[in-house]
Design a protein around this ligand. Structure first.
Ligand code: SF4
Length: 248
């Protein structure tokens, strides 16, 4: 990833800036990031396992194949003790078992970890999509983003989700695919939330990318996010919550 290239836009970078310009600076310019936590490591392991599983041979889509992909994908960092590692590892197995029961072999899967990259005015917009499925009627496709499910999510939020809207534009521009559905696969719950994709919002999404891209180029640090609830408040030199307030 071109961390410091202000002409490259991706969802994570835009989201960081929209959350707080100093978060963008911390991660993409200063190239710092807080250490892994058990939750972030579990998320990495599960995402990697699903990508490995769905990109494997079609005849290797049993639950044993998925759990084997999980073992091969396990991310060891971020755990305080071997006991904690074991507890989270078991949680991950349960999550994947739920997923497999709900999603099965995923026979409609067209792509996993699908990269896109399209020019947009002064910028390049890039991203990687967890999964793209062919719709059962053969007309168009669905974008699926895996969410661990630690937070409650609604269909209304999905319909206006910036990340998946950028992905839909990317699939259309790069591959000529017609996106007709957006989905969050809620892994802990083993549920899929889906909404029809409405392309009429694309201009608004591109306008937000343009506006944010201009602010990144100008390194506009004229506002701060909510330090009290910020994920990096313990590490951020610009935090207004103080750097020595763990647990707050
Ligand atoms: S702690 Fe505050 S200033 Fe620092 S990144 Fe978070 S919201 Fe921004």
């Amino acid at each position: 990833m071109a961390f410091s290239d202000p002409f490259e836009l991706n969802y994570s970078k835009v989201r960081a800036y929209l959350t707080c310009p100093f978060l963008y600076k911390y991660v993409y310019l200063d190239r710092k990031y807080p250490p892994h936590t058990p939750f972030s490591s579990l998320g990495i392991s599960v995402h990697r396992a699903l990508a490995r599983y769905h990109s494997g041979a079609r005849e290797k889509r049993g639950i044993g194949d998925l759990l084997s992909a999980y073992d091969d994908s396990w991310h060891h960092q971020g755990f305080a003790t071997p006991q904690q590692t074991l507890e989270f590892y078991r949680d991950g197995r349960r999550i994947l078992e739920n997923y497999w029961r709900a999603a099965g072999a995923g026979d409609g899967t067209m792509f996993t970890e699908k990269d896109f990259d399209f020019p947009f005015e002064r910028w390049r917009v890039r991203g990687t999509i967890d999964r793209v499925d062919r719709l059962p009627d053969g007309k168009g496709c669905a974008i699926i983003d895996y969410k661990m499910g630690f937070e409650k999510r609604t269909r209304e939020a999905l319909a206006g989700d910036l990340q998946l809207s950028i992905y839909a534009i990317g699939l259309g521009r790069n591959f000529g695919l017609e996106v007709r559905e957006l989905s969050w696969m809620m892994l802990i719950q083993g549920e899929r939330i889906s909404v029809p994709y409405d392309p009429s919002g694309e201009e608004k999404v591109l306008a937000l990318l343009r506006e944010t891209g201009e602010k990144l180029l100008a390194l506009d640090l004229s506002r701060k996010g909510d330090c009290a609830s910020c994920q990096i408040r313990k590490f951020c030199p610009d935090s207004e919550a103080g750097q020595d307030t763990p647990g707050h």
